[in-house]
Design a binder for this molecule. Structure first.
Ligand code: 0A1
Ligand code: ZN
Length: 878
């Protein structure tokens, strides 16, 4: 404190801003001082109190005199033994236990006591529906016992679990079950051993009253694997595990066929839990899932839910090799396992269903979640250079852009080269904690590539902006393509280098709709020219086909050319893209009042009509093509986002298309009416297209729209149809709205996952009173901050509904901030995930930007704000 009487104001202001957590840098990585080859854990499990005994063998790693540092978070050791003798020669430092050791190898035994049912953070050991389960990635293991909780310390685990047999009849951990015994006082014991050395973040246990869907799988070398998916008894959940089991077996076979990777234990267990911060977790041999990614039947889950389950089950299974057998050296390398595994699950889903549709969906997700992140205050490279809280880096950049980076390498390598490279990567690093650089080296050595320049994808954040211009020379009969790129500045990074961009390209003859073959153009410089011979007339440019590079591309082609591509491009992604571009340019121009030349109503309706009449199209692809870009995506294309104007323009376009093409929508609606329920691709495609037709009929106010939607709702024999109809009704000012919502609630009030949908679809609606609805839902007896799925169902939808969130009153921002402040002390990880929408404030008009900033500042000033939320808020304020 200063003595100067005039100074306190500034000092008070400084004192009032809570401290910023320290930053951890990638460049500071040092190998661990101590290794832990073997771990024996003993648990006396109970909801209120669990006793943990950890016996760890430690060995000095290299020649140094550093003490043993065992991380801890909220733990007090009850007893510390060194080689069996009690020790007092230890201290706690920032929660960690520091223990000086004289020799090079010791056995350390530590007893801790934890309270699972008080663990609202859902990290470490916690209770969910009277079941005990764990979540250790990234740094949850240190909430269970003191340990070198970092991914480059790999240990063999033996786990002895003891618990009351009646309340916890099922005891699961990683690896294989080696012993089961009855104990006194109604207790029992199970011992598990995992022969594969693993980092502590892959440790897991589950104890509870559970039932299993059991199956088996024979691996490519003929080994039998017992499979089980565990759920709560008496809930109807067991009957909802069939799809996940099929997905698991398909994943196991696919990884053998496509990557030569075989499963490596005699059992594979999956447990579904209701309270989970993320989607699922790949713990060795014991995957733990958010129940929404396991449970499905046609009555309670949509076709999209079925797809998500297939993808997440595959994702977690594929981690057994890309993540577990080869793990990460440190958390900066997270994309090593996540980007690669997302790429693997995307390829799997593409093989299981329609590859072109899957590609469009993956790009939609990337554009909705990752592009805004890359263009905002939280932008970071796929391999970040620093963090305050690692939980904040499970991002769309690390996952989805990371997958795009792997995809580009796969494109450059070709199928055979890529397989050689992944074989080399797995063989070279099996049992190791590797780096992104190791992966790139394996790509270079295995596929014979030089990725020197390509490595910039790991270093530079920001979405490259690409411009392509096609010039035609009628004399020389050549077409010349000039492509240029620039990578925008992002926090802490400016003056960036050009990236390597593999751009699949075709030049399409406008008369025949044909081209002479797709070419892979690889752009490496800021600007490059490519000349093509043999063009009497200017061709149409089909570029970045299949979205071969994750960039924003403007080709400056006129409306006629884009409309031609939307009708004729033989690459479905490029076809989709052409129509998206036509629509987006029109909406942006309307919302920003620009004079640009854009498609008019008649021409747009004609393109839609032609696509509606194109009988070569699969229904799922037709629906994909005819789905308008989201309000958020359109807003992102504006210099200053005007959410209300985007909403008006988009709604007007839906109405115009609905009304002008009423007959065609009606025809499809009738033609696609099912004769019975089916789950095959064609039936699902038809459901989707019919749902889209309904949405356009409603938007166009064709006939009795509410009556049609309500009839659809009433007739539905599956959740896809029911939800589509209810989403339309939820946006209407009509008595049938309440009637349908009430009916849905009454029918599903005991199914938490379906109730989540009930919350979401009301909060996502186009209803004029949506904000009041959300405020009322936040007070609904079924709303709770204790369950992350429920929080996301309401507040994720609020943040995802621009009309509600960006309401000019600022009420949307306030509601979100109120929730973050209430949730942060209970569950920091989940709370912090709601900051990025507020962090987008710079992109909006002054009024909204000010209101958003004010909410960030209000959150920032909360006493005792978590490290998770502080990091996101501080960076968002900039
Ligand atoms: N590795 C998991 C994601 C995950 C990360 C952190 C968690 O903590 C709550 C949970 C899961 C995956 O990629 O599926
Ligand atoms: Zn993952």
């Amino acid at each position: 404190m200063s003595d100067n009487p005039h100074a306190p104001n500034k000092e008070l202001a400084e004192a009032a801003t809570p401290p910023t957590p320290p930053t951890i840098y990638r460049k500071d990585y040092r190998p661990p001082d101590w290794l832990v080859p073997d771990v024996a854990l003993g648990f006396d499990l109970d909801l209120a109190e669990t006793l943990v005994q950890a016996d760890i063998q430690v060995t000095r790693n290299g020649d140094h005199g550093e003490p043993l540092r065992l991380e801890g978070d909220g733990l007090e050791p009850e007893e510390v033994l060194v080689d069996g003798a009690a020790s007092n020669d230890w201290r706690l430092e920032e929660g960690a236990l520091i223990l000086p050791l004289s020799g090079d190898a010791h056995r350390i035994s530590i007893t801790t006591r934890i309270q699972p049912d008080k663990n609202t953070q859902l990290m470490g050991l916690y209770a969910s529906n009277d079941m005990l389960c764990t979540q250790c990635e990234a740094e949850g293991f240190r909430r269970i016992t003191f340990f070198p909780d970092r991914p480059d310390v790999l240990s063999r685990y033996t786990v002895e679990m003891r618990a009351d047999k009646e309340r916890f009849p099922v005891l699961l951990s990683n690896g294989n079950l080696v012993r089961e015994e009855a104990l006194e006082d109604g207790r029992h014991l199970a011992e598990w051993h995992d022969p594969w050395p693993k980092p502590s973040y892959l440790f897991a246990l589950v104890a509870g009253d559970l039932v299993a869907n059991r199956d088996s799988f024979t691996t490519m070398s003929g080994k039998e694997v017992d499979l089980a998916i565990w759920v709560r008894p008496g809930t109807g959940d067991l009957e909802r595990t069939g799809h996940a089991m099929t997905a698991l077996k398909n994943s196991m076979r696919w990884d053998e066929e496509r990557y030569g990777r075989e499963y490596d234990l005699a059992v594979f267990n999956i447990v579904a839990v209701s309270d989970f911060n993320m989607g699922a977790m790949e713990n060795k041999g014991l995957n733990i899932f958010n129940s929404r990614y396991i449970l499905a039947d046609p009555d309670t889950a949509t076709d999209a839910d079925f797809d998500a389950i297939e993808g997440v089950v595959a994702h977690e299974y594929f981690h057994n090799w890309s993540g577990n057998r080869v793990t990460c050296r440190d958390w900066f390398q997270l994309s090593l396992k996540e980007g690669f595994t997302v790429f693997r699950d995307q390829s799997f889903s593409a093989d299981m269903g329609s590859a072109p549709v899957k590609r469009i969906e993956d790009v939609r997700v990337l554009r909705a979640a990752q592009f805004p992140e890359d263009g905002g205050p939280l932008a970071h490279p796929i391999r970040p250079d620093s963090y305050m809280e690692i939980s904040n880096f499970y991002t769309a950049t690390v996952y989805n852009k990371g997958a795009e980076v792997i995809r580009m390498m796969a494109t450059l390598a070709g199928d055979d080269g890529f397989r050689k490279a992944t074989d080399l990567y797995f063989d070279r690093h099996d049992g190791e904690a590797a780096t992104c650089e190791d992966f790139v080296l394996a790509m270079e050595d295995g596929a014979g590539l030089d990725l020197t320049v390509f490595r910039r994808w790991y270093e530079q954040a920001g979405t490259p902006q690409v411009t392509a211009k096609l010039d035609h020379d009628p004399q020389a009969k050549t077409a010349t393509l000039t492509i240029s790129q620039s990578v925008p500045d992002t926090p802490g990074q400016s003056d960036k280098q050009p990236m390597v961009l593999p751009l699949k390209t075709a030049l399409i003859d406008r008369a025949t709709g044909q081209h002479k073959g797709e070419q892979l153009l690889v752009l490496e410089e800021a600007e490059q020219r490519f000349t093509f011979d043999g063009f009497d007339a200017p061709p149409a440019l089909s570029i970045n086909r299949g979205f071969s590079a994750p960039v924003t591309l403007s080709s400056g082609q006129d409306v006629e050319t884009l409309a031609f591509l939307a009708r004729h491009d033989d690459d479905s992604f490029a076809r989709y893209e052409a129509l998206q571009q036509l629509v987006t340019e029109r909406l942006v121009s309307e919302a920003s009042g620009s004079e640009a030349e854009v498609i008019d109503d008649a021409m747009l309706a004609q393109v839609f009509a032609d696509i509606l009449a194109d009988d070569r199209l699969e229904e799922a692809m037709r629906a994909e093509l005819l789905t308008l870009p989201s309000e958020s995506f359109v807003g992102e294309q504006m210099a200053v986002i005007r959410p209300d104007r985007v909403n008006q323009a988009r709604q007007a376009m839906r109405k115009m298309l609905g009304a002008n093409l009423a007959e065609q929508w009606q025809q499809h609606y009738v033609k696609l009416a099912p004769s019975g329920f089916a789950m095959d691709g064609a039936a699902r495609g038809a459901r989707r297209m019919r749902g889209l037709a309904l949405a356009y009929l409603v938007a166009g106010e064709v006939g009795d729209a509410a009556g049609t939607a309500h009839a659809h709702f009433e007739a539905a024999d599956n959740m896809t149809d029911r939800q589509t109809a209810l989403a339309s009704l939820a946006g209407m000012e009509h008595p049938l709205r309440e009637q349908a919502l009430d009916a849905f609630y009454t029918r599903y009030k005991d199914n938490a996952l379906v109730l989540d949908k009930w919350f979401s679809l009301q909060a996502l609606s186009f209803h004029p009173d949506v904000l009041e609805h959300i405020a009322a839902l936040a007070k609904h007896p079924d709303f709770t901050l204790a369950n992350p799925n429920r929080v996301r169902s309401l507040y994720g939808a609020l943040a995802g509904n621009p009309s509600a969130f960006h309401h000019a009153s600022g009420q949307g921002y306030r509601m979100l901030a109120d929730m973050v402040i209430a949730l942060d002390p209970k569950n920091a990880q989940t709370a912090a995930r709601f900051i990025p929408p507020l962090g987008r404030w710079r992109r909006f008009d002054e009024g909204r930007a000010g209101l958003m900033r004010a909410e960030l500042e209000r959150i920032r000033n909360v006493d005792g704000l978590s490290r998770d939320t502080t990091e996101q808020v501080v960076k968002s304020l900039g």
